[in-house]
Each structure stands twice: as structure tokens, then as C-alpha cells.
Design a protein around this ligand. Structure first.
Ligand SMILES: *[C@@H]1O[C@H](CO)[C@@H](O)[C@H](O)[C@H]1NC(C)=O
Ligand SMILES: *[C@@H]1O[C@H](CO)[C@@H](O)[C@H](O)[C@H]1NC(C)=O
Ligand SMILES: *[C@@H]1O[C@H](CO)[C@@H](O)[C@H](O)[C@H]1NC(C)=O
Length: 378
């Protein structure tokens, strides 16, 4: 005897089979009746109207209703959208919860150029990217008044995003960086997000840089705890308890983050108002907001070092700019050789993937030496 029946001490149901059976039967037929009526009403209203439309306008029923996966995974064809920042950040913060992608996702690196206007070193970048279509995407945030004039065959053609005026050391600079991240997040295939300027150059060929980033367990945010006046000295007690002085970090503005951290930055509404109010010059918010926030939220994902080389050895408020006469063999040796850092917890001699700052006059000698010193094909 089945266990369920054995547990039931009463025989009431089984004692009244004749009264039970017809009522179930009635319910059963009743359901069919309701469904039948429902379908006839629907078909008259829906197909009747559709047929009329088809006859009178040649309208194709269903074609607009078809939703395929493409709709969710194809990157936007036009970067010049009409969304406000608020709308854009909301849209960019939508994250899938199923871990595996139901399609073959080839991860891309997003090169995000924060510029005033022109990209004088673009020929070098064009050469660097040649033949690697599908593995990168480009985004440019420039002055809203700047009219880019790239040819349709350029990798920079129509890669400008809706931009706003930025001010050095102010929150508007972080806004621009968040805008770049948010636009890049709209492409589900972008996995690593690199902030670059018009004076940056790549230090290796595409394959090396791509694999270095894609295989890295950590994001390259140069977060460090500086006890001096330009570090902890800029901390404002009003930031507590959201940010304590032990969480306070400093970093160069030129970061690299993975998709998860990019979402953290774009979705933030907790730290943003605090930093906006309590980190103003001489607290330079672009040097503290992201590294501090990410140290609180995801310290275990940060490499705490930058991949963008810059030369502070000349002293002063700004790093050195390199022009035509600086691009020599000795220069490449200085930048590339004798490095030591940790990559995925292992010692590595490849530490910097990009370098700044290079003047437009450096372009010609850079193009001439790119093959020999940077391994970038002519
Ligand atoms: C800052 O310190 C307070 C008091 O010790 C603590 O409650 C708070 O969680 C700390 N904040 C962070 C971000 O760790
Ligand atoms: C980076 O620093 C944080 C503390 O700020 C630490 O928790 C983390 O492990 C460090 N990352 C690496 C790769 O050592
Ligand atoms: C990239 O550079 C490395 C090291 O210089 C070299 O071994 C590799 O062949 C280069 N890859 C391409 C695609 O040029």
C-alpha cells in the first residue's frame, strides 16, 4: 500500500467516489469551455484586426514582435544616444545574474580616451589595433564643442560619446570617466576598461596587451595609502563613517578596471555625494574617489599598481612630456627594461602596458621605432 494512503486514517474520500468523480469531470469540461471561448474571442479580435491591417497596408504581422537574443547582446550601432547621465548609468548598471553566457562571448578590451579634442597619436593606435577587430572597442570623451573628423575607415570613426565640459581636479572629471565606463558597459562583450588620454601610447603589441589584461585576476588601479599631506592630509572627517581615514587611498587618474568594478563605479550613489561635497581642491577628487571606494568595496580585486607609465622624475606639478628628440633607443630601454612587479601573484618583467605623456611631435619617431622596440607590426 502506498505510504500516503497508509498515513490517511479516514476513508471519507474513497467512501464517496460517485459524488467526487462527476464534480471533477465537470471542472474538467468547464475548463475546456472557458479556454474555447477565450480562444475564439482572441482570434476574432486579434487576427481579425491583423488581417484587416495586412490587406490595407501590407503590414507584416509578428515581425516587430520577434525578440531574439541579438537585441540584448548586440552593441549599440550609434554611440550618440539621447540618454541623460542618470538614464545611462541606470541602463549600464543592469547586470545578468546567470553566470554562463548563452552564446560564445569573446571578451573585448575597451579603450576609453578622455581627451580635449584631437588625437594626434591616432596613427600609432591605428597600427596597434590593425587586424584585431572584434577584440577591442573604442570610446572617446572630448569637449562637447569639438568636432571629430575621422575618416570612415578609421577605428576612431563615430566613436565619440555624448560629452560634457570637465574641469581638472573636480567631480566633472570623474563624471566624464563614469560616462566613458557606462557607455562601454552597454556592450556586453567589453570585459576590461582602460582609461587613456590623447598623449598615451601602447608599449607592446596588441596580443601581449590583450592577454595581459584578459588573464589578470586583478584590476590595475594604483591605490596606495599615502600618510603625507597630499594623501591622508586631504582626508575630510565628514566622510566618516562611510569612509574612514584607514580606507583613504590615492591613485593616478589613469586606471584599468574589469567589468565588475566598472559596474561598481557606475552604480555608486553612496560615495559619490560624499566625495562631491567633502573632497574639493586642494583635495583632487579624481585621485581619491575611485581608489578609495573600490578599496572599501573590493580590495581583493585591486592590483594596487597602475599599468600606465609616467615620468615624475623632473619634479613639479606635472609629469614630463616627451617630444621628437626624446624618442631614442635609450628612452625605450629606460621605459621597458629592468622592471619587476607582481602579475597574478607571480614576479613579472612586464609591468607597464601604456605610457604618457607624448607630444604630437613624437608621432613620427614613434611610428619609425614601433616595430623594433614595441613589437607593433608596420
Ligand atoms: C568606519 O569606522 C566605523 C567605526 O569604527 C565603522 O562602524 C564603519 O563600518 C567603518 N567604515 C568602513 C567603510 O569601514
Ligand atoms: C591591494 O591592497 C588591498 C588593501 O588596500 C589589499 O587588500 C589587496 O590584497 C592588495 N592587492 C594585492 C594584489 O596585493
Ligand atoms: C607581439 O610581440 C611579441 C614579443 O615581442 C612577439 O613574440 C609576438 O610575435 C608579437 N605578436 C604579433 C601578433 O605581432
Amino acid at each position: 500500500m502506498p505510504l500516503e494512503e497508509g498515513k490517511d486514517p479516514s476513508n471519507v474520500t474513497r467512501a464517496l467516489p460517485n459524488r467526487f468523480f462527476p464534480s471533477r469531470l465537470l471542472q474538467f469540461f468547464g475548463l475546456f469551455l472557458v479556454l474555447g471561448i477565450g480562444f475564439s474571442v482572441l482570434s476574432i479580435r486579434y487576427f481579425g484586426v491583423q488581417n484587416a491591417l495586412t490587406i490595407t497596408t501590407g503590414f507584416q504581422p509578428y515581425s516587430e514582435e520577434t525578440v531574439s537574443l541579438d537585441r540584448w547582446i548586440k552593441p549599440p550601432s550609434n554611440l550618440m544616444h539621447t540618454m541623460s547621465d542618470k538614464e545611462l548609468f541606470w541602463r549600464a548598471s543592469l547586470v545578468p545574474r546567470v553566470k554562463d553566457y548563452p552564446f560564445r562571448r569573446v571578451p573585448k578590451i575597451a579603450l576609453m580616451f578622455l581627451t580635449r579634442g584631437p588625437l594626434p597619436l591616432s596613427p600609432l593606435w591605428e597600427r596597434f589595433l590593425k587586424g584585431h577587430e572584434g577584440l577591442y572597442s573604442i570610446y572617446i570623451h572630448s569637449l562637447p564643442s569639438y568636432n571629430a573628423k575621422f575618416e570612415p575607415n578609421s577605428v576612431f570613426y563615430r566613436r565619440q560619446i555624448p560629452s560634457q565640459v570637465t574641469e581638472w581636479g573636480r567631480m566633472s572629471l570623474c563624471d566624464a570617466e563614469r560616462r566613458l565606463l557606462a557607455n562601454a558597459l552597454l556592450d556586453i562583450s567589453n570585459e576590461r576598461f582602460i582609461l587613456l588620454s590623447e598623449s598615451c601610447i601602447p608599449l607592446y603589441n596588441f596580443s601581449i596587451i590583450y592577454h595581459y589584461l584578459i588573464r589578470s585576476r586583478y584590476s590595475f588601479m594604483g591605490a596606495f595609502d599615502d600618510p603625507g599631506p597630499y594623501g591622508r592630509g586631504r582626508y575630510n572627517g565628514n566622510l566618516a563613517p562611510d569612509v574612514n581615514i584607514t580606507d583613504w587611498r590615492k591613485s593616478s587618474q589613469w586606471f584599468e578596471v574589469n567589468r565588475k568594478l566598472a559596474v561598481n563605479i557606475v552604480e555608486d550613489t553612496v560615495f559619490y555625494p560624499k566625495f562631491e561635497e567633502f573632497c574639493r581642491p586642494a583635495c583632487y577628487v579624481d585621485e581619491h574617489y575611485f581608489p578609495t571606494m573600490l578599496t572599501i568595496q573590493a580590495a581583493n580585486l585591486l592590483a594596487n599598481r597602475t599599468i600606465t607609465w609616467v615620468d615624475w622624475s623632473r619634479g613639479g606639478a606635472h609629469p614630463a612630456t616627451f617630444g621628437k628628440s626624446d624618442i631614442t633607443e635609450a628612452f625605450f630601454t629606460r621605459v621597458l627594461e629592468g622592471r619587476a612587479c607582481l602579475y597574478n601573484n607571480q614576479p613579472s618583467a612586464v609591468c607597464f602596458l601604456f605610457a604618457r605623456k607624448f607630444a604630437p611631435s613624437a608621432l613620427e619617431p614613434l611610428l619609425q621605432s614601433a616595430s623594433k622596440y614595441l613589437g607593433i607590426d608596420p
